[in-house]
Design a protein around this ligand. Sequence first.
Ligand SMILES: Nc1ncnc2c1ncn2[C@@H]1O[C@H](COP(=O)(O)OP(=O)(O)OP(=O)(O)O)[C@@H](O)[C@H]1O
Ligand SMILES: [Mg+2]
Length: 330
Amino acid sequence: MPIPISPELLTFIPLFKGRKVVVIGDMCLDEYILGEAYSLSPEAPVPRMKLLRRDYTPGGGANVCNCIASLGGDVIAVGVVGRDYHGEILLKLMSRNINIDNIVISPNYITTTFTKLLATKEHSPTQQLALIDEYFEGIVEEELQEELLKKARKAISEAEAVVLADYSYGVVSDAMIELVANSAPLSVGDSRDRIGYFKGIHFVVPNDNEAAQALGEKGKNDEDIKRYGRLLLEKLSAKGVIITRGAKGMMVFPKDGEIMDIPTVARQVFDVTGAGDVVTATVTLALLAGADLYQSAQLANVAAGIAVGKIGTATISPEELEEEIKSQIS
Ligand SMILES: Nc1ncnc2c1ncn2[C@@H]1O[C@H](COP(=O)(O)OP(=O)(O)OP(=O)(O)O)[C@@H](O)[C@H]1O
Ligand SMILES: [Mg+2]
């Protein structure tokens, strides 16, 4: 049964400020290249474009860092970038609101970069032409893994909470999961392919596909999701599981307590990318502020709801969250 948004939720938001959170994961760069199509190429059936703008934003784990920092948290990032141009851009972007002292710059790694090539033309909507993914493939060399573990150990000793943001580009190894499980005072995990391996992480926040895949299943109806939540709680010995379901909201599974379904509030959706990162960020800060798992999930659902209504950046401020909660109470 869903429970209504209560004014008590507002009391946690001021307590987000200054919380020390370590984010360990794959720090990615999102690149947007926008061109104005003005003719057809004489060489191939593709548009010829004039470059209008090139924008960069933090992606993957770097976006989780950005979301936590925007909500008021004090973020230490642990990860790796290549010794390359994109790495430089990403570090510069992150350094505005995140401690990047524990990001390794490695000549044996490639900065994960997702490029979106977009075309615009007067009177026509913007079109995506192509996506270009650039990333390191294979297993991160042992020396680098050791260095990442060392950085993580040091950062965790100063942390109130640790987030694992795993997009499968090599940072979140089995040894890293074990380290966090054994030493973090509070841990939250999100993983694109490996949530089933996050044993001992206190709270995990997969989406429905990731939960199904981790359990070797496919279905996504209410009963399926309830089964996945219970199975993950047991398999990971977790304190709580939140399974996000896009427009359907989320289901919350505390270790000792009832399952709660949280529907989304109907709204205009502009851009759903990064909504999961907003959930991870908000849940972590809410738990640190003393909210229980239901309250944390409710706050995260409101936060993600605001984020999907925005174009471009998916980060939100404490003030926006506060305002939206107030409007949903009255
Ligand atoms: N279409 C939508 N309408 C309203 N809310 C949405 C919509 N899509 C996502 N959300 C909100 O965002 C939350 C997370 O979305 P989702 O389950 O898609 O995460 P995700 O797949 O991990 O996203 P990401 O692509 O960022 O990794 C949902 O639980 C919900 O609160
Ligand atoms: Mg996600």
